[in-house]
Ligand binder design. Sequence first.
Ligand SMILES: C[S@@+](CC[C@H](N)C(=O)[O-])C[C@H]1O[C@@H](n2cnc3c(N)ncnc32)[C@H](O)[C@@H]1O
Length: 259
Amino acid sequence: MVKRHRIQFPKSELSNLNQDEAYFYLQGSGGNRKIRFHDYDEIYQVQGLYEQIFYDRLKCTSPTKVTSILESAVKQSQDNFSELRILDLGAGNGMMGEELKKHGVSRLIGVDIVDEAYDATIRDRPGIYDAYYVDDFTKLDDDKKEEIISWQCDCMVTVAALGFGDIPTKAFIEAFNIIKSQGWVAFNIKETFFDASDESGFSKMIRELIFSRYIDIYYIERYRHRLSIEGEPLYYFAIAGRKNSDVPDEFLASKGIMA
Ligand SMILES: C[S@@+](CC[C@H](N)C(=O)[O-])C[C@H]1O[C@@H](n2cnc3c(N)ncnc32)[C@H](O)[C@@H]1O
């Protein structure tokens, strides 16, 4: 059985902090260690800590939600969910992979930018992924790209990994362009990314992509992604659609988005 950790949330209100600046203390024999929510490398090194914080305590529902809307979208077509060959971008320690595998999928390829995510997946969920690459999709070299393309993925998912300094536009578009045309795309984003007032490159890209001819949207659902550290619901959109064709650089440039 995985050990429970002694974790403590800070005493003072954190509502004025950005979501990516939130932190907690891990209590141990050496004293209290302060860890930010975005210190994934540190979190993954401690077995069960990621699950305890985000799933047990903060009630994250996103892998289940994104899997269910993807399944509903695929059901509207002639395709079979169990035949999907899925690229999981920002796979972390395999929470989404585990959810997808419960439903049965044909191939599952994980990608993350930190070594610790891969190590934790092998330690905690061995055998979930057919291959798992630690790479930066903004600088994918040609050999690695060819290798990933050779898995012939016809679906990409990315869960709890977009925005907040995580997966940037260029990496998202690279993955989108790696999967086959007529392939499936499912991801979640914080609801504020849909505000026209959010001028960040990632928000603009998502808004432009959703209304573009490169994708047909099948589902958009607002739901509670998880609780904040203060116990407030954090709302996200889960989105599923079908890719029509690759997004060319010119499209992003014409919208004033830096890829
Ligand atoms: C909150 S975790 C989500 C992990 C998993 N998808 C889940 O639902 O539990 C975000 C993950 O995105 C990864 N990530 C951040 N930036 C990335 C990038 N540029 N390319 C690939 N992965 C990235 C982080 O290392 C981290 O493992």
